[in-house]
Structure formats: structure tokens, C-alpha cells
Design a protein around this ligand. Structure first.
Ligand code: SAM
Length: 225
């Protein structure tokens, strides 16, 4: 697998946030999560939360939310969007250096963030395994591939490789949901992916397949040996 693919400068906070707002234009993912999972009363850790695509949704549903993000600019946008949420604790740190009580979290949520951590999966999953309660779960959203978005970015093969990596790690693929990235103008895409100026966008709607992945704490513990 080409590990150099899918690098993104997350310090470009504004460009990322503009693009992020266009993802899942019809709220299919939030709707699916609400209908399938019970977050009530739970303590959740959102890892790689970025500018907060899922932070408001999660904080509304759960009792306590730790928001972990290492990019200062994305974290600031996220904080600004969630000023009134007093069950949220923002932690500006690299997930690998996260300090949080062992076995203190019911659910770890990762929205399009684990793939960014692929070079350190051993450290990251050891850390997450320590934090998660014995009956807890990691819930991850990742690109499913075989769609227009991955085709435009030229990452279908890469995404296919990541899918098998997640399966090898012990993730169970709960479902693939079809979503739409609806751009207000094409520049939003090009600003978010500056290396893709040569890509021709056929329209302002981009079809995007998204995987919902689960890994139980017991599978994670088993891996740690
Ligand atoms: C594709 S973005 C997803 C952001 C957000 N969850 C969303 O859905 O828009 C990946 C995020 O993971 C963060 N990230 C990557 N590696 C990280 C690490 N080791 N520790 C903390 N955050 C990390 C990046 O800074 C970025 O905000």
C-alpha cells in the first residue's frame, strides 16, 4: 500500500471546515447512528475530531464527551462551534500522547480519523484499548471506496487496502451508507485538496460511500495479547 497517499494539511483549518460542512449533505450518517446506537448516558471519546463534524451530534446524545484533536486550528473551530456544550472536554493533543483514566470510556468514536493515524496503529490502538471499558466499543466512520469521491481523489485502491487493514485489525463492517458531498462551489473541493487542481469535477454533488465500522473492546484486548 502506498503510505504517502491521502496526506492532508489539517492546519489548513478553514479550508478543511468548508469542505467538511459539505460532507454528508443530507445527514444520512447522523441519522443512521441515531437509529442504530444508544449513546444516552455514555462517556464517549471522539478521537481526531477535527473541526467538529460529529462533535455537536455526539454531545447532544451522550452524557460526557472527550474531544481529542491535535490540530490547533481545527480544534479552535470545533470549540467555537460548541461553546454552549458543557458536557464536552476539549483535549488538544496527539492521540498517541493522550492521558485519560484507564477503562473510563464506554465508546470511542473516530470520524474519518483512524486512517490518518495508520502509521502509528500499534501505539494508537494500545492507547485506545487502555482507555476503553471492557464492554466498550470503537465506532469508526471511514471511506468505503468504489465511489465518485475516491475516484476523483485517485484513492480507490488505497481505500480498498485500508478496508482490508481494518478487517485484519478486527473491525466489523456494520454497513456502507451512500451519502452526498454537496459543494456550494468547486473551489471548496480544490482548497481542501490543493494537490487536485487537475481533477475535473463533473458537478457540485459528489457521491460518497461511507463505512460504519465497529470493534469491541474484547477484540482489541485480544490483539494486544
Ligand atoms: C479527515 S480528518 C476528520 C476530522 C473530523 N472527525 C471530521 O469528520 O471532519 C482527520 C482528523 O484526525 C486528526 N488526527 C490525525 N492524526 C491524529 C493524531 N495522531 N492525534 C490526534 N488527532 C489526529 C487530524 O488532525 C484531523 O483533524
Amino acid at each position: 500500500m502506498n503510505k504517502d497517499l491521502w496526506r492532508f494539511d489539517y492546519n489548513q483549518g478553514v479550508a478543511y471546515e468548508e469542505f467538511s460542512r459539505c460532507q454528508d449533505a443530507f445527514g444520512i450518517i447522523d441519522g443512521y447512528l441515531s437509529s442504530q446506537y444508544d449513546f444516552k448516558g455514555k462517556t464517549i471519546l471522539e478521537v481526531g475530531a477535527g473541526s467538529g463534524k460529529f462533535t455537536s451530534f455526539l454531545s447532544r446524545e451522550c452524557s460526557k464527551l472527550y474531544v481529542v484533536e491535535r490540530s490547533t486550528s481545527l480544534m479552535q473551530i470545533n470549540r467555537d462551534k460548541n461553546l454552549g456544550a458543557n458536557n464536552v472536554e476539549f483535549m488538544l493533543t496527539d492521540a498517541r500522547d493522550l492521558i485519560i483514566l484507564p477503562s473510563s470510556v464506554d465508546l470511542i468514536f473516530a470520524g474519518w480519523s483512524l486512517t490518518s493515524m495508520r502509521d502509528s496503529f500499534d501505539i494508537v490502538f494500545r492507547k485506545l484499548g487502555d482507555i476503553l471499558r471492557a464492554d466498550g466499543m470503537i465506532l469508526a466512520i471511514e471511506n468505503a471506496g468504489n465511489d465518485e469521491f475516491c475516484e476523483l481523489l485517485g484513492i480507490n485502491e488505497f481505500t480498498e487496502g485500508m478496508r482490508s487493514t481494518y478487517a485484519d485489525l478486527g473491525f466489523f463492517s456494520r454497513t456502507v451508507v451512500g451519502t452526498v458531498i454537496r459543494l456550494p462551489r468547486k473551489g471548496v473541493f480544490y482548497n481542501a485538496f490543493p494537490g487536485k487542481w487537475n481533477v475535473k469535477l463533473p458537478s457540485l454533488d459528489i457521491q460518497h460511500n461511507v463505512s460504519v465500522l465497529e470493534m469491541t473492546a474484547s477484540v482489541l484486548q485480544h490483539q494486544k495479547g
